[in-house]
Design a protein around this ligand. Structure first.
Ligand code: F6P
Length: 290
């Protein structure tokens, strides 16, 4: 049985653990840096020592990449040719990577997909690997900044990742007990937020606002709020790459083991072109690759 694994898109804490767990069930080759490696033929046997050493770490020991060229026929065909050398190709990535896997499946390759993206935006899955780790890092940052923000009764925007998905922002808001959630532009009701800020100041407290990235420039939010509250009291903190590079949460390591065991089972059963997804109760569900 020839099985190839690759990580695609933004790396997510837990990706390494899936690769390690898979290697306990299957003899694997890997494509270095995702679809790019698949296209360029950067394909090697897994280095079991490196994989074992990285099993509790973030990052992607087999490397990852965003590879928009894969949409172009010329590159796709090269990737397909290499994928067809394998009985199975396992793709670990987000929704864009899932699309790539589906297209390869439609073209005749035998694909399995495992959700790995901090954004938790994989269609039809309640969870994707790395989400909890990212949220934990956001909460940690907030908890470590707020004592200082409170000391001056300041207000702080905490910018979290997620691209088009507000899931990290929403979960961080809940877990950090923040005052305001701005997961989409409509949430930025500046008068209501200013009222909350003033109320907190009167109670001798600072204000914590969780803000999803990539909506408007930071100065837009800070200046809009500072028009309604005391100048110089609004701060902006980007949580940043700790969301992807921080230690994987226990939950992600556990989910990684579950994804790997389910994928190995699908292979043993000879099932083709499946996504290993998660239902609302956090159980693994197997679906056709959509
Ligand atoms: O998709 C994962 C993610 O971390 C997004 O939340 C974020 O917008 C993006 O990747 C950042 O991409 P890059 O790694 O290219 O900076």
């Amino acid at each position: 049985m020839k099985v190839l694994v690759l990580c695609s898109g933004g790396d997510a804490p837990g990706m390494n653990r899936v690769v390690y767990s898979l290697s306990k069930y299957l003899k694997l080759d890997y494509a270095r840096a995702g679809y790019k490696g698949l296209v360029e033929g950067d394909i090697f046997p897994l280095d079991l020592k490196a994989v074992k050493e990285s099993k509790d770490e973030a990052g992607a020991v087999i490397y990852s990449s965003r590879y928009p060229k894969f949409k172009e026929e010329k590159y796709f065909k090269k990737g397909l040719k290499n994928a067809l050398n394998y009985d199975y190709v396992i793709v670990i990535g987000g929704n864009g990577s899932q699309r790539g896997a589906k297209e390869l499946a439609e073209a005749g390759a035998n694909m399995l997909f495992i959700p790995g993206s901090i954004d938790n935006d994989v269609i039809n899955s309640s969870y994707s690997l790395g989400f909890q780790s990212a949220v934990d890092q956001c909460v940690y940052t907030i908890q470590n900044c707020m004592p200082s923000i409170n000391a001056f009764c300041y207000t702080c925007f905490f910018e979290v990742m997620g691209r088009d998905s507000g899931r990290i922002a929403e979960e961080t808001y809940k877990n950090a007990n923040a005052d305001v959630l701005v997961a989409k532009m409509e949430d930025f009701k500046v008068n209501t937020i200013a009222k909350k800020v003033k109320e907190n100041v009167n109670n001798g407290k600072g204000t914590c606002i969780v803000l999803k990235e990539k909506m408007r420039d930071r100065t837009y939010f800070v200046e809009a709020l500072e028009e309604r509250v005391e100048k110089g009291t609004v701060k902006y903190q980007v949580v940043g790459r700790t969301q992807r590079g921080g230690k994987p949460a226990k939950m992600d390591l556990l989910m990684a083991d579950k994804f790997a065991s389910a994928a190995a089972k699908e292979i043993k059963l000879g099932h083709k072109n499946k996504s290993i997804l998660v239902d609302e109760k956090m159980n693994i569900k197997i679906c056709d690759l959509l």
